[in-house]
Design a protein around this ligand. Structure first.
Ligand SMILES: O=C([O-])CC(=O)C(=O)O
Ligand SMILES: [Mg+2]
Length: 606
């Protein structure tokens, strides 16, 4: 990434101006031959207000004349490189992450191509801003930071008219929707309508991590009320000011929504369910998975990324999958989703049935170890298959570890800090290389920090977390914690699904995604303490995951794109979103050499 010395900023400004005036003197704006038909029908102020078409000061002088926007933007002509450079300079000057989130979102609504270029070029720095953890903070404050609608809000009062609301969306080609009802936003709970930041953030990653065209993506908030009293009492709250509707009315509303999407955008429009409360997440997944093109990211996406982390960790511990004992802390959708996919993986690797595979998996929730002997709390729902017998009831996690002797401890509790020093030390005592995953989001809710994990296990643990942590120095060694976040999975799944227009997305897809992700971790990555590929490789990772899934889609006869492309990977690559600006004046314009950063600014760059 480029960094300019602050003292040189003035010189750069001057250089830009000199180039601009040199250039403007040379251009003949009335040269009829050069002025050909613009490619866009949209002109003038409408063009400036259209984020997919707008390119700010990168409009050439010719384009400004033809498109009727001359004078509506400042006189300098800047290349996209210089623009992204300015954005990053401003980014560094912002006071806090929420301000950075707001600036980047404003850029997204102003100039989409520039937003994605900046994001893709600075992924490691910007992902924690537009996604977890800052997006969580933005959701909590969405009432105040809400600037402009970037998706659809459909409320329970739209029941009977959902199709009409979908028709208000200006794009007719929508290939992917991320939808939430805001009831379980990250580990933050019910944020009602403020949860809209999550579908927006997830879809930004569809483009930034997997190259899916943003105009094909639609974030949707289904506002069915909120049970969050603070929001209900907040005069600035942006959603319906009433308690959540549930039961039959809510379910009929969801059914109508699913059918309306198919009627408006087609049966292969992907619908990603995000941050629903556990009981609804499972209910809708089971009800819709064989009828629509949908998946639940918190159950299935999280499962695949965690399983990939387990596969990679086992390359280090050298213990066969079926010889491990897994203890899940938290028995909600993330834990049950991972445990379920893990049991499938064990069952297929060890050639044993699913029930037998479940014997390797234990769970511990707010009422302690999940065993038949316990008298408190329920044992029903998806966690049921992991309930054991003949163990001593305990509510003490260290004691549970002592009893079960797990090789892996996986937290998805939303209970920050639950992996205390004594829990971590116990794991280190009974394992040479303990596997510790602290998956809850955002950062404050992680079960432990990366630093605590490495310190309490003498640097021996294989660690990953849902939210990002900085590298940790311990005993002279640097450890790079893995980010076991579903963002490694859902973009690739969505890419394969939208390109090949799959009818359904079954469990096998997530097993394939997990294997493909783990296979892409190199020995060098592992030597650095990583269990996932570096974020900067994510585009390739997503394409490879999508390629593996697409082979399966054709094998399972769910892909509907015909004829079948000869080379699936290169077909996918051909579809990827390009952040380069379009030219509105064909064949007449070339950026003068001096306009291109880094050459022009090389001498100013540290
Ligand atoms: O959004 C994230 O970072 C991961 C996720 O799906 C969740 O925590 O609900
Ligand atoms: Mg989620």
């Amino acid at each position: 990434m480029l960094q300019i010395k602050p003292s040189n900023l003035k010189l750069i400004q001057k250089a830009i101006n000199v180039q601009y005036f040199k250039f403007i003197k040379n251009i003949a704006v009335d040269d009829k031959e050069k002025i050909s038909k613009p490619r866009s029908q949209i002109k003038g102020i409408d063009l400036i207000r259209n984020p997919s078409l707008y390119k700010g000061m990168a409009f050439t002088i010719e384009e400004r004349q033809i498109l009727g926007i001359h004078g509506l933007i400042p006189p300098a002509v800047l290349s996209q490189e210089v623009q992204s450079f300015r954005i990053m300079e401003n980014f560094r000057r912002e006071n806090d992450d929420l301000d950075r989130y707001i600036s980047l979102t404003n850029l997204q609504y102003r100039n989409e191509k520039l937003f994605y270029k900046v994001l893709m070029d600075n992924l490691e720095l910007l992902m924690p801003i537009i996604y977890t953890p800052t997006v969580g903070l933005a959701c909590q404050k969405y009432g105040v930071s809400f600037r402009r609608a970037a998706g659809l809000f459909i409320s329970i009062y739209d029941k009977g008219h959902i199709y009409d609301v979908l028709c208000n969306w200006p794009e007719s080609t929508v290939k992917a929707i991320v939808v939430t009802d805001g009831e379980r936003i990250l580990g933050l709970g019910d944020l009602g309508c403020n949860g809209m930041g999550i579908p927006i953030g997830k879809l930004s990653l569809y483009t930034a991590l997997a190259g899916i065209d943003p105009t094909h993506c639609l974030p949707i908030m289904l506002d069915v009320g909120t049970n969050n009293q603070t929001l209900l009492d907040d005069p600035l709250y942006i959603g319906l000011r009433e308690k959540r509707i549930d039961g039959k009315i809510y379910e009929d509303f969801m059914d109508e929504f699913m059918d309306a999407v198919v009627a408006r955008f087609g049966y292969y429009c992907l619908i990603q369910f995000e941050d629903f409360a556990t009981k609804n997440a499972y209910k809708f997944l089971n009800k819709y998975r064989n009828k629509y093109c949908m998946f639940n990211d918190d159950i299935q996406g999280t499962a695949a990324v965690a399983l990939a982390g387990i596969f990679t960790s086992l390359r280090v511990t050298d213990i066969r999958l079926e010889d491990n004992i897994f203890l899940f802390v938290g028995a909600g959708q993330a834990s049950c989703g991972i445990a379920d996919l893990l049991a499938r993986a064990i069952s297929s690797e060890a050639d044993i049935n699913f029930e037998k595979a479940c014997e390797k998996i234990f769970m511990f929730d707010v009422d302690g170890l999940l065993i038949e002997e316990r008298t408190e709390g329920n044992l029903k729902g998806p966690k049921f298959q992991f309930v054991k017998k003949n163990f001593r009831p305990t509510r003490d996690l260290t004691d549970a570890i002592e009893q079960i002797k797990p090789t892996a401890l996986i937290g998805a509790t939303g209970a920050g800090g639950i992996f205390t020093d004594s829990v971590l030390k116990k794991m280190a005592e009974i394992n040479e290389r303990p596997i510790i995953f602290a998956l809850s989001n955002p950062t404050d809710l992680a079960e432990c920090t990366a630093e605590q994990a490495y310190k309490n296990t003498d640097g021996r643990c294989l660690f990953s977390s849902g939210s990002p942590f900085e590298p940790v120095n311990y005993n002279g060694k640097t450890f790079i914690p893995g980010q076991g976040n579903n963002s490694y999975i859902f973009p690739g799944v969505a890419l394969a699904t939208t390109v090949f227009q799959s009818k359904h997305i079954d469990e096998e897809v997530f097993l394939i995604a997990a294997k493909s992700l783990s296979d892409q971790v190199t020995d060098e990555n592992i030597a650095e303490g990583r269990i996932y590929p570096p974020m900067k490789k994510i585009h390739d990772v997503s394409v490879k995951i999508a390629t593996e899934i697409s082979k399966y889609y054709y094998k399972a006869d769910v892909a509907t794109l015909y004829p079948v492309p000869e080379d699936l990977e290169s077909y996918i690559r051909d579809q990827l979103y390009d952040t380069t600006y379009q030219s509105y004046v064909p064949n007449t314009w070339k950026w003068p050499e001096q306009h291109m950063i880094p050459k022009q600014f090389n001498k100013f760059v540290k």
